[in-house]
Design a protein around this ligand. Structure first.
Ligand code: 5GP
Ligand code: ZN
Length: 138
């Protein structure tokens, strides 16, 4: 599966350049061209899958097994206090490039990134209703 007009497929095939930091037979990791912090890295699957759930378990396992290693290197290199691993799925979730990718975003205490986490409380009974619906879909 591939998409002719997909930017990340073009990076994978070398048609457009990227600042690569790691590659193997399953993934490619390169620096984001529009970082939210220094060292902001993208880890993409070599094959074109649009969303997380489109990616077969076997590949997902292989991608996941590399994420920690790359995140550790990125955080160490940037001397960061921490990092976020983020995977946007669908336009509503902020996915701009429809090719499965994980952001590794180095963080430092007080950097102010993602400060607003709009948490709220469920109304009585709603948490069980929602959990049941999700279980039905698994
Ligand atoms: P999304 O919103 O889809 O999760 O994130 C897409 C990311 O890809 C953005 O952070 C954006 O800066 C990055 N990006 C888009 N085009 C390019 C490109 O041509 N090269 C690189 N290195 N990053 C890109
Ligand atoms: Zn693609």
């Amino acid at each position: 599966m591939s998409s002719d007009d997909c930017i990340f497929c073009k990076i994978v095939t070398g048609q457009i350049p990227a600042t690569k930091i790691y590659e193997d037979e399953v993934i490619l990791a390169f620096l984001d061209i529009g970082p939210v912090s220094d060292g902001h890295t993208l880890v993409v699957s070599r094959k074109h899958f649009e969303r997380l759930h489109d990616c077969p378990e076997q590949f997902l396992g292989q991608i996941s097994s590399s994420l920690g290693k790359i995140a550790k290197a990125v955080a160490s290199a940037m001397d960061s206090d921490g990092y976020n691993v983020l995977c946007n799925n669908g336009k509503a979730a902020g996915q701009l490039v429809d090719h499965l990718h994980f952001h590794i975003i180095p963080r430092n205490t007080g950097d102010g990134l993602f400060d607003r986490w709009p948490a709220y409380k469920y109304e009585q009974g709603k948490i069980d209703e929602i959990a049941a619906k999700i279980r039905e879909n698994l």
